[in-house]
Design a protein around this ligand. Sequence first.
Ligand SMILES: [Zn+2]
Length: 82
Amino acid sequence: MERKNLGWYKCDICGRTTVVAECSLRPGFYVCPYCCLACRLRRECEKPVWMPGAKPWKAKDKSIEEEEKQVFIRRRLYRTGR
Ligand SMILES: [Zn+2]
């Protein structure tokens, strides 16, 4: 079966037929948004194919989570690194 970069196919992780995209870590491997978000390698993934901006946050307090996101974004933008 020939697959395009993005389409309605079977996810190689959960087997669900849904919108999948080619994993940036594993060429030829197609993942759905759910499996991509839940991927254990997401922290090391340079360019997650689904929602590249979303990082796995340990959600405890929403305001803290938001703050961490802001810090993360600022660090990314200015590369201050501190
Ligand atoms: Zn999946």
